[in-house]
Design a binder for this molecule. Structure first.
Ligand code: HEC
Ligand code: HEC
Ligand code: HEC
Length: 364
């Protein structure tokens, strides 16, 4: 008995030493181009499915992900995913087919995965498999629209989620071609065409628009959606786009995306805090910097009136987590955001969302 144990122990040691020699010698290939053996592939897939299912427990999709989210998701997919996977349900592009590991065609078998599992895969990527993680770890909120799009596109066998374009839209794009990159999400007039996560640009100053684009380009302000969009813009293009969206006035406004104010009590609480601040807790009045009718309004301070509730609340959360950069002055928001409770963030956002956007206000 003792003898067998000893033998087993010696065998283990020898195997261990052999293993180390093989590793150190460097003969094991790490080149991706040779692909995996069948058995390794199966094991990796199995382990990856189990891991995704385990680690995504507790992640909950936000309540309302509708058609607008799918539309935004479609635009994000176009920029961040299509060059590897092709459109959902269709063949991958030839370049991707030449890659090893080959990005898989995303087909209806994905519908068996839970939304939280898809979210997890897109957020974290897949180790040893060439699926990259979402570019900004703190912005997992931006992934839900992609999940909504993948599910709807595969379920309905549909690839087109675009908003309609009018003739005047086409003319504007012909005059400033780089606008083409923006219109599916922001419209030609700067009014969101892709739901609550996309801010309206109308009513912002040229200075604020410019500094926002510059800070996305330098990754000072992080967003897995806007960073890839801005990465290749030249200074001249940024100037032209800021001018365009500052001046843009809507003639053909889409219906308001959010049903008008649901909760009057929340609007009133939000208004009180926004107008007067809270001296005891050293919360300044928001209105002094942001308006409406701001006293200290500097060129670079953004307008909040008429922006979606979801967007405003999200930005406040990001300031608190120090995950929302911007220009130098963005730091002014940190101590303010730190003092707000979740309820107050929601009230303030509800109040500002209930105000008309600057372009919706009657001329004085
Ligand atoms: C650089 C190429 C590349 C990019 C960009 C990329 N992927 Fe992938 N993706 C892969 C590869 C390779 C795999 C295969 C992983 C494996 O074999 O387990 C994969 C796997 C997946 C899977 C799991 C598929 C399955 O059948 O289990 C999903 C879902 C997915 N990707 C979605 C996306 C989305 C959404 C984006 C954009 C946000 C994206 N991918 C961007 C390369 C890419
Ligand atoms: C795929 C959809 C999409 C496209 C395309 C897109 N944007 Fe955006 N944009 C967004 C989203 C989403 C945000 C909010 C980012 C965040 O949460 O930080 C945003 C934010 C912005 C902001 C900041 C607004 C604010 O109130 O702080 C500006 C300015 C902007 N985009 C301009 C542009 C311009 C100009 C283009 C074209 C070059 C463009 N965007 C293309 C989705 C898009
Ligand atoms: C001292 C001036 C100042 C005060 C007071 C102030 N802010 Fe701000 N706020 C800023 C600046 C500056 C930025 C944007 C900086 C950037 O992006 O570069 C900003 C950005 C924001 C944004 C993001 C807007 C967008 O389009 O992305 C929100 C939301 C916001 N503030 C809410 C509030 C609320 C709510 C209050 C009151 C509790 C408040 N702010 C008080 C200066 C101020």
């Amino acid at each position: 008995m003792l003898l067998t144990w000893k033998r087993a122990l010696i065998a283990c040691c020898v195997l261990g030493i052999l293993g180390t020699v093989v590793l150190v010698s460097g003969v094991i290939p790490v080149n991706a181009s040779s692909g995996h053996w069948q058995i390794t592939r199966w094991l990796l897939n199995f382990a990856s499915d189990r891991s995704v299912s385990f680690h995504s427990r507790g992640t909950k999709p936000p309540e309302d992900s509708g058609l607008m989210d799918a539309r935004l998701g479609a635009e994000i997919y176009e920029i961040n995913c299509r060059f590897c996977h092709g459109l959902p349900g269709q063949e991958q592009p030839p370049v991707a087919k030449g890659m090893t590991p080959t990005p898989p065609r995303l087909d209806r078998s994905l519908l068996e995965k839970k939304p939280r599992e898809l979210h997890y895969i897109i957020q974290h990527g897949i180790k040893f498999a060439g699926m990259p993680a979402w570019p900004v770890p703190t912005r997992s909120d931006e992934i839900w629209p992609v999940v909504a799009y993948l599910q709807q596109a595969l379920k309905e066998n549909r690839e087109d989620f675009d908003a309609e374009r009018s003739d005047s839209d086409l003319a504007a794009v012909a005059a400033l071609p780089v606008l083409q990159t923006c219109v599916d999400c922001h419209g030609v007039d700067g009014v969101s065409r892709a739901g609550k996560q996309v801010p309206h640009l109308t009513g912002q100053t040229e200075a604020y628009l410019r500094q926002s684009l510059l800070s996305f380009r330098s990754s000072e302000r992080t967003s897995g959606v806007m960073m890839p969009v801005c990465h290749a813009l030249t200074n001249q293009e940024i100037d032209a786009l800021s001018k365009h969206y500052h001046k843009s006035a809507s003639t053909n406004l889409p219906a308001r995306l959010e049903t008008e104010v649901a909760d009057q009590a929340a609007v009133d609480r939000g208004r009180e805090l926004a107008m007067n601040g809270d001296r005891g807790r050293k919360i300044p009045s928001c209105q002094k910097c942001h308006g409406p009718d701001a006293e200290n309004r500097r060129e670079e301070y953004p307008n909040l009136a008429g922006q979606s509730r979801w967007y405003l609340q999200q930005q406040l959360k990001l300031f608190e987590k120090r995950a929302r950069g911007g220009a130098q002055t963005a730091r002014l928001m940190h101590p303010i955001a730190d003092k707000l409770s979740e309820q107050e963030r929601s009230d303030l956002a509800t109040f500002y969302a209930s105000l008309p956007r600057p372009d919706e206000r009657p001329e004085k």
